[in-house]
Design a protein around this ligand. Structure first.
Ligand code: ADP
Ligand code: ASP
Ligand code: MG
Length: 421
């Protein structure tokens, strides 16, 4: 029996019609290897950002349902155009959106999780020898409501399709040659990794290495999907393989570093130190489906018996979070609420830091030597994150990359826009 291969092409690979024709070549190359090919695509170039901008011009706080109606249209354009490009080269292809297939998600707008993918239509088309081009990022609820998976979510669509179809692999094609020790746009001598474990990749993706959507790594790990990140523009390079486990002995304590500029810090000041306040606060945020990342509660002050609770959330949730907090401020008897948008989270990730004391101290010393103040710290077994001021992000990231010896002699081949850092 033939193997099924799922390929995913991001917006950067589909920015204009010439690039779409190049993507068609990459798809056909895979088909010519004798595989059945299912392709998941994202919206062209910066289409999704443009649609978000249009919405904000009309309504500063648009409803999540209408945002999904709007944002899901971007991928519809790419599937039709890529299918036409493949057909123009003489191959059978068909485009399908998530509603036609039945990519069923939970009933949540803007960050829905996939519950199930119906495979009947996909299998029928595979049998008919059609290359299938699927709209990533979008889904449909059991009730027929259109949803999206969250920004960058078409990686997750691709991996979920690979899992549902028991594909032999899922290749994520993008505008860099693989996963690097950090974003090669920020640190040009970042080293390309031959392979990386699911666990490390998941942490890196969660802390800002947006080359992969975190949930795509989670899904690949859960369903054992072999996952590769590789370049659309250099098909001979096999990129980076995300695998179950790396070498038995890990020599470098840190595998990668990342910066995340998408968070804001909220501090609830002078909350009475009584049972139930943290539960009330985070319960109210959870009810609005607002995910909280770092949480720090200060030691209670002896005289006032109050403490401060600081946490970070995604920038996109800040308007809704403010309205939740305004409502429960009196309930919590909190004195004031501060929102700090000028922050960046800098993280180091590595399975090699387990049982190696001193890695955290080296990170803090390195940042301190720059004269940069650390506002919050959080750790997991294989990750340490520090919140710093946004303007200190770039130099903190660069020096940590150097101190943990992650650089290479080569300069990464990157084209296009530089990130915000
Ligand atoms: P796509 O449109 O293909 O989904 P993305 O912009 O979402 O592309 O992801 C690719 C980008 O991820 C790269 O251009 C690079 O700037 C950025 N990136 C951030 N961290 C890393 C990393 N550790 N390795 C590789 N790329 C990274
Ligand atoms: N087009 C969507 C976005 O820009 C999904 C994706 O790119 O993966 O977030
Ligand atoms: Mg992406």
């Amino acid at each position: 029996m033939k193997e099924i291969v799922v390929q995913k092409f991001g917006g950067t690979s589909l920015a204009d019609t010439d690039k779409i024709k190049k993507v068609a070549d990459a798809v056909i190359k895979e088909k010519e290897l004798g595989n059945d090919v299912v392709v998941a695509v994202s919206a062209m170039g910066h289409t999704t950002d443009y649609l978000v901008k249009l919405a904000k011009e009309i309504n500063p706080n648009p409803s999540a349902r209408e945002m999904d109606m709007l944002l899901s249209t971007g991928e519809g354009v790419s599937i039709a155009l890529l299918t036409m490009a493949i057909q123009a080269k003489g191959y059978n292809a068909v485009s399908l959106n998530a509603m036609q297939i039945g990519i069923i998600t939970e009933d949540v707008h803007q960050k829905a999780r996939i519950i199930d993918i119906k495979t009947d239509k996909l299998k029928k088309n595979i049998k008919a020898e059609n290359i299938i081009v699927v709209a990533g990022f979008q889904g449909i609820t059991e009730d027929g409501e259109i949803t999206t998976l969250g920004r960058g979510g078409s990686d997750t669509s691709a991996v979920a399709l690979a899992a549902a179809l028991k594909a032999s692999r899922c290749d994520i094609y993008t505008d860099v040659e693989g996963v690097y020790t950090t974003d090669p746009r920020i640190v040009p001598n970042a080293s390309k990794l031959e392979n990386i474990s699911y666990e490390e990749m998941l942490e890196l993706a969660r802390v800002g290495a947006n080359v992969l959507h975190p949930r795509s790594v989670e899904t690949a790990k859960q369903f054992n999907v072999p996952l590769r990140v590789r370049s659309t523009f250099n098909l001979d390079n096999l990129g980076t393989l995300i695998i179950g486990a790396k070498n038995m002995e890990i020599y470098k304590p840190v595998t990668g570093v990342a910066a995340d500029l998408s968070q804001v810090r909220i501090v609830i000041c002078d909350v009475p130190d009584v049972p139930g306040n943290a539960a009330r606060l985070f319960g109210a945020l959870a009810k609005e489906n607002i995910s909280v990342d770092m949480i720090i509660q200060s030691y209670a002050r002896t005289v006032s018996n109050t403490n401060d609770i600081a946490f970070t959330i995604d920038k996109a949730d800040v308007v809704r979070a403010r309205s939740v907090l305004d409502k429960i401020k009196t309930d919590l008897s909190a004195k004031s609420i501060q929102v700090d948008e000028n922050i960046a989270k800098i993280s180091i990730v590595g399975a090699g830091m387990v049982d190696r004391p001193g890695i955290a101290a080296t990170m803090f010393e390195t940042i301190a030597d720059l004269g940069v103040n650390i506002k919050m710290i959080s750790t997991s077994e294989i990750k340490i994150s520090c919140i710093v001021d946004k303007e200190d992000a770039s130099r903190s990231l660069k020096i940590l990359h150097e101190v943990f010896d992650l650089g290479s002699d080569e300069i990464a081949d990157v084209k296009g826009d530089l990130p915000e850092l």
